[in-house]
Design a protein around this ligand. Structure first.
Ligand SMILES: Nc1ncnc2c1ncn2[C@@H]1O[C@H](COP(=O)(O)OP(=O)(O)O)[C@@H](O)[C@H]1O
Ligand SMILES: [Mg+2]
Length: 257
């Protein structure tokens, strides 16, 4: 394992049992991710991107393989140690409405991680909630509003603010901008890039659209049938894909030319 890597993933495998037999989620996935870096994860539907994201979040236990975070064996952490460290990796999903309690206020949604992870004392929570909203380009007054009252783009900013609440080193964004209009999407991508430049965050940016993934990624990994079939600097993969899956993704993305 290299000392420099924030995240070192080795030989990760996960299968699911279904009625038809065993289904491959991910098979023998290995990669490093460095501090402040964005790895784009692209591939067709069913290629294992979300499974990989869920294993990294420890929402799903893999069958085999290792994950080291900052040199620490992330999959070996006990329940107690995991609880204390869970905020180190955060996730943003495609549909923020599904990820929030629809009746909660935005301030309430942001108070949850602050309380659960004991980030700040209770009396400091309102101030911290205002800061979090401002960090993602929203007015602090939005804390009083309900999540279903604001636009899709604002909701996704709140989801990013919630992810930031625990001071993560890595945010996994699983199709996080896929449901947004093009102009809103561009602004969210810009926000993510600004946060990364300012705070040195690392991202795993999952998407099926190479034209979007390449805007924010330094490197990309192309997945197919649970495996990484190609990985490299984003400009190389876009200009000269080596794998059949990479070639098909580039060919299916006319905006790249
Ligand atoms: N909970 C599950 N039970 C059974 N099979 C699953 C489950 N989650 C994912 N799969 C299967 O694992 C494979 C990878 O899925 P997924 O990781 O969601 O891919 P992606 O995010 O790239 O679309 C697919 O064949 C999918 O049907
Ligand atoms: Mg998915």
């Amino acid at each position: 394992m290299t000392n420099a890597a924030l995240l070192a993933v080795r030989n990760l495998a996960k299968t699911y049992q279904s009625r038809g037999g065993r289904v491959t989620g991910v098979a023998d996935v290995s990669f490093d991710l460095h501090r402040g870096e964005t790895l784009g994860l692209v591939g067709p539907s069913g290629s294992g991107k979300s499974t990989l994201a869920r294993v990294l979040m420890r929402l799903t236990e893999p069958d085999s393989g290792t994950v080291h975070l900052d040199g620490e064996d992330w999959l070996a952490l006990s329940a107690g140690a995991l609880r204390a460290r869970r905020g180190t990796i955060q996730m943003v999903f495609q549909d923020p409405l599904a990820a929030f309690n629809p009746r909660a206020t935005i301030g309430g949604a942001l108070a949850d991680p602050l309380r659960i992870h004991a980030v700040v004392p209770r009396t400091e929570r309102p101030r911290r909630i205002g800061e979090l909203l401002e960090r993602v380009g929203l007015p602090a007054a939005l804390a009083k509003r309900r999540i279903h009252e604001v636009s899709g783009g604002q909701r996704q900013r709140v989801a990013i603010a919630r992810a930031l609440a625990t001071n993560p080193r890595l945010i996994v964004l699983d199709e996080a901008v896929s449901a947004l209009d093009v102009s809103v999407r561009g602004k969210i991508l810009m926000l993510l890039a600004e946060l990364q430049a300012r705070e040195g965050l690392a991202y795993i940016f999952v998407g099926h659209d190479l034209a979007v993934v390449r805007v924010i990624s330094h490197r990309v990994a192309v997945m197919d049938k649970g495996r990484i079939v190609e990985t490299g600097p984003v400009t190389d993969v876009v200009a000269d894909p080596q794998s059949e899956t990479g070639k098909a993704l580039v060919a299916a993305t006319p905006r790249l030319f």
